[in-house]
Design a protein around this ligand. Structure first.
Ligand SMILES: NC(=O)c1ccc[n+]([C@@H]2O[C@H](COP(=O)([O-])OP(=O)(O)OC[C@H]3O[C@@H](n4cnc5c(N)ncnc54)[C@H](O)[C@@H]3O)[C@@H](O)[C@H]2O)c1
Length: 273
């Protein structure tokens, strides 16, 4: 009946930064499957090529745009390439970032601080500013940025990382206001514990105990929030964040140290289907 219905993101151009692996790759692949033309960015060129050939071989449209998104000249060149090859960017998904950044505050130094601010925060400014300057002229566009639970609840040893994520949340609200009159929506996602890095089985089991939904997240868990915020279903939503974290941020204490332990929850038979 609806065989002729266009794919949700048919012909829309989306740029995903840091899409060589992890969350960014999962988001890029799903947008491609939904019909978008996807510009795949990462600083790691081989990873970009791998994602692009994966999308292309499954019938999607993807363009490799390797670049360091913390460098203004490379950001400008990247957007110019996308515009020439795919068209104007309809959706910018700011995902690139350094995640392995822990250092105790007392052992921090200026170079560490500056590098994390540049890659995780300045990159969001550069890409959003370049994207918005065109979106404003088109009176349409969506910007989605990637925060972290660290924006509102500190990670130990991560003052620089958490400051960038708090900065991204503040920037998102600010950009949402400045860009609303031009028809541009600006929102964000807050990933919880998404297993994109090499933890042992034991570490994974240990971490899962802190997640109310009882499991760690995988990169594809992030995709639904991205699609929703990018879609017209979210047409009246701007300046907001969606946490995709299995319930971590809404709890006061992890289950293994709670005064009302999960072990004391009522036993309810799973006998209804
Ligand atoms: N995995 C989690 O649990 C989690 C939790 C909260 C927030 N996040 C955020 O999600 C985003 C993606 O994280 P991930 O877990 O998929 O990690 P990841 O390391 O797999 O992805 C980040 C990507 O960004 C790329 N990158 C780094 N510097 C870059 C630069 N200067 N220019 C272009 N690309 C660059 C990396 O090469 C990498 O491929 C990050 O912003 C991270 O802070 C992740």
């Amino acid at each position: 009946m609806t065989h002729h219905t266009a794919l949700r993101f048919g012909n829309r151009v989306i740029l995903v930064t840091g899409a060589g692996g992890g969350i960014g790759r999962a988001v890029a692949e799903r947008f491609a499957a939904e019909g978008a033309k996807v510009a795949v960015n990462d600083i790691k060129t081989e990873m970009v090529d791998d994602v692009v050939s994966g999308i292309t071989s499954s019938g999607g449209v993807a363009l490799a745009v390797p670049a360091d998104v913390s460098d203004a000249a490379q950001v400008e060149a990247m957007f110019a390439r996308i515009e020439a090859a795919l068209g104007y960017v309809d959706v910018l998904y700011n995902n690139a970032g350094l995640i392995d950044t822990a250092r105790h505050f007392l052992e921090a130094d200026e170079a560490w601080w500056d590098r994390i601010q540049r890659v995780n925060l300045k990159s969001v400014f550069l890409c959003s500013h370049r994207a918005a300057s065109v979106m404003a002229r088109r009176r349409a566009g969506v910007i989605i940025s990637t925060s972290s639970g660290g924006a509102t609840r500190a990670h130990r040893g991560n003052v620089a990382y958490d400051a960038t994520k708090g900065g991204i949340e503040a920037m998102t609200r600010s950009m949402a206001l400045d860009l609303a009159p031009y028809g541009i929506r600006v929102n964000g996602v807050v990933p919880g514990f998404i297993n994109t890095y090499g933890l042992t089985e034991e570490q994974l089991r240990e971490r899962e105990r802190a997640v109310p939904l009882g499991r760690y997240g995988v990169a594809t868990d992030m995709v639904g929030a991205a699609l929703f915020l990018a879609s017209d279903d979210a047409a009246y939503i701007t300046g907001q964040f969606i946490a995709v974290d299995g319930g971590v941020l809404v709890q006061q204490r992890s289950a293994n140290v709670d005064t009302f332990p999960v072990e004391g929850f009522p036993v309810i038979p799973a006998d209804l289907t």
